[in-house]
Design a protein around this ligand. Structure first.
Ligand SMILES: Cc1cc2nc3c(=O)[nH]c(=O)nc-3n(C[C@H](O)[C@H](O)[C@H](O)COP(=O)(O)O)c2cc1C
Length: 285
């Protein structure tokens, strides 16, 4: 899969760009290819005058179009993202991020603007058609230190958040690749498990989830969606239940119930205690 590291800082050196490159290095260790695109390297005249057909801008847009995922980094400027990043995003077509995973990250002077990515950048990414905008990563300057001698040093909290973000992105890239590959690998009958557990902290994609349910039902294997921790995931599972006509087994701390199943009825998911489900794949009543 192809990851584009998009740097939106006008500064050299740049903390947000350094953090971005760190993400690229970590992705490489996990086997994901990435390339760098620095908005700063694009012609300022073309950015300022919105020259859609400038050759360098066109090439940058083509590189973006070819990417499966974009990690976009920006400094926080005046409680939002940088102006040059916006100048570049303005030159993209309306569906410029269609089908792409996006991981936003930012550095800022203080914690005061840690939500800037969520209230300022995220809506723009979604408006450009991003398939999935992963939870953003925000670091203050005091949490990032680097020098030629010591390299990059992250404070423990931000190091964990970066690791989580990278793991999330990697898992989503693998899921995307699997979905593109079309089908599941055949597993010898002797190795078929009784239960398949799906960690929903990674994205729950409708297509692959439906195929997984289908395949598992054929083998009488139960699927349990674990770690349902937000309303979006609950909605996605509810939708999958409605489309598949199957009871979805789920666990998570979203509800008081430690184990629950979602009955596939529209418009709202109905949460049932797991033990009330007699057959693993009972059709909707
Ligand atoms: C023009 C300007 C505006 C800034 N505005 C904010 C701000 O509103 N909130 C904040 O937390 N930091 C702000 N900062 C600090 C930068 O976000 C911070 O230094 C960031 O780490 C710079 O990233 P960079 O090195 O990648 O450019 C501002 C810095 C500049 C130069």
């Amino acid at each position: 899969m192809n990851v584009l590291l998009l740097a939106g800082s006008p500064s050299i050196p740049s903390r947000s760009t350094r953090l971005l490159h760190h993400v690229g290095e970590r992705l490489a260790v996990l086997g994901h290819r990435s390339s760098k695109l620095h908005v700063l390297d694009l012609p300022a005249q073309a950015l300022l005058h919105a020259e859609f057909n400038n050759a360098d801008i066109k090439e940058a847009k083509e590189r973006l179009q070819l990417a499966d995922a974009v990690v976009v980094a920006t400094p926080v400027y005046k409680a939002a993202y940088s102006g040059i990043l916006k100048a570049f995003l303005d030159l993209l077509p309306q569906d410029g991020l269609a089908g792409k995973l996006v991981l936003p990250l930012a550095t800022g002077g203080s914690q005061s603007h840690m939500l800037a990515l969520d209230y300022a950048l995220r809506p723009v990414l979604l408006a450009l058609g991003a398939k999935h905008v992963l939870p953003s990563i925000y670091a203050t300057e005091s949490q990032i230190d680097w020098s030629a001698d010591n390299g990059l040093i992250l404070d423990a909290g931000i190091a964990q958040r970066v690791s989580d973000g990278i793991a999330n992105l990697s898992a989503n890239l693998v899921a995307m690749r699997t979905a593109r590959a079309g089908d599941f690998m055949p597993v010898p009958f002797s190795q078929v498990p009784e239960v398949v557990k799906v960690d929903t902290r990674q994205t729950v994609h409708d297509g692959p989830a439906l195929r997984l349910l289908e395949k598992c039902a054929e083998q009488n294997v139960r699927v349990i969606f674990k770690r349902v921790e937000n309303a979006e995931t609950l909605d996605a599972l509810s939708r999958i239940g409605a489309v598949s006509g199957r009871v979805i087994h789920a666990q998570g701390f979203l509800w008081d119930l430690p184990n629950a199943s979602i009955a596939p009825r529209k418009p709202q998911a109905q949460i049932l205690p797991l033990q009330t489900v007699s057959a693993p794949f009972a059709k909707a009543g």
